[in-house]
Design a protein around this ligand. Sequence first.
Ligand SMILES: [Zn+2]
Length: 88
Amino acid sequence: MAMADYRLCDVCGGKAFYDSNLNYGDADRQSYRIAGKEQYDDPAMNEKYGTTLDYVGDWAVICTDCSDKYETQIVERAAQQSKGDDHG
Ligand SMILES: [Zn+2]
């Protein structure tokens, strides 16, 4: 599937940039989050199948079309988790 070579927009799912040359992996590093969310809800699944990308810990990507209406934000993780994470 051709879309697999692209990092997709986190809003619309459309192509954001060509990423097949990026150093994705499943090495010993911690898997990255996408817009603050783990790749898998199940921590065991995330540890086993989560993808790494060099030293990326979390990222959000918005395509040019969606950037007219949306923006990315960086906020402290503790503040973000308090919204709905009730097992802390
Ligand atoms: Zn988009």
